[in-house]
Write a protein that binds this ligand. Structure first.
Ligand SMILES: [Zn+2]
Length: 262
């Protein structure tokens, strides 16, 4: 087990180090004259392999821990139900959908949706994901403010997500790329996306924190089984960090382009 933790630390370290370095460079660049659109675009491009690596880590951590059955043998559905019952939640329906890693909590319809493999599965990965989604239901129940902030941002984020591809399509036909009013709209869109990704971070970290506590406290998993849960949920958290950093860098790139145009 010590070995597994060490491997985890080794693979996560360069990842977080690169992201910190990227952020420091971006912050430093804001002060100096070398904050050129080209430099920021380079940082943005550098984030792409990091984001892909984060995605790969989630899949590999999930697949590995989906092979490890929990000793207690209860299903993801039962675990989610137990965590919610302990929090006094009685009005959330647990349903299953086909697909892979598409589990989510739907606060509008008060529905906890698990992929079939997590709904019926008894693995460490299934229980980790199910308890994480139940963590979102607890956030909703206790009125966790950042969950409500995230929910409030969903309509604007959905709208902006439809505008951004149109902007890119339009810029393809413009010789100078985005400029003037269209650049301003792009900046506004990316500001919304970046704020959304930023608010998502504490919401996701908090749901995983609640899940880890409940799995042990309710006796669903033994303490030594938590390594598998931690690997799965921590890998998922990194993808949200990568999404935020990418979005922020692209926003800074657009702002620097606007400054250069003036
Ligand atoms: Zn989540």
């Amino acid at each position: 087990m010590g070995h597994a933790i060490l491997i985890g630390a080794i693979t996560i370290y360069p990842f977080t180090f690169t992201m910190h370095l990227t952020l420091i460079l971006a912050a430093f660049g804001l002060q100096g004259s070398f904050l050129s659109p080209g430099f920021l675009f380079l940082l943005f491009i550098l984030m792409m392999p990091i984001s892909l690596y984060a995605q790969f880590r989630v899949s590999s951590a999930y697949n590995k821990n989906a092979q490890i059955p929990s000793r207690g043998g209860i299903t993801g559905r039962e675990a989610a139900a137990a965590v919610m019952a302990h929090a006094g939640i009685t009005d959330v329906e647990i349903t299953s959908i086909p697909g892979h890693l598409n589990d989510h909590y739907d606060p509008i319809n008060k529905r906890l949706v698990l992929s079939e493999e997590d709904y019926n599965g008894t693995s460490l990965a299934a229980l980790g994901v199910a308890a994480h989604e139940a963590g979102h239901a607890i956030q909703h129940k206790v009125g966790y403010s950042l969950l409500h902030a995230r929910m409030a941002l969903v309509p604007a984020t959905n709208f902006v997500s439809r505008v951004v591809p149109m902007l890119f399509f339009a810029s393809f036909f413009l010789t100078r790329g985005l400029s003037g009013g269209m650049l301003d709209i792009a900046i506004l869109c990316y500001a919304v996306l970046t704020v959304f990704q930023l608010v998502t971070l504490p919401v996701e970290f908090d749901a995983s924190r609640r899940a880890k506590i409940q799995l042990v406290e309710l006796g669903i998993l033994d303490r030594d089984e938590m390594t598998g849960v931690n690997q799965t949920l921590d890998a998922a958290a990194l993808t949200y960090v990568a999404a935020f950093v990418s979005s922020l860098l692209y926003l800074l790139y657009l702002i620097s382009q606007r400054r250069n145009n003036n």
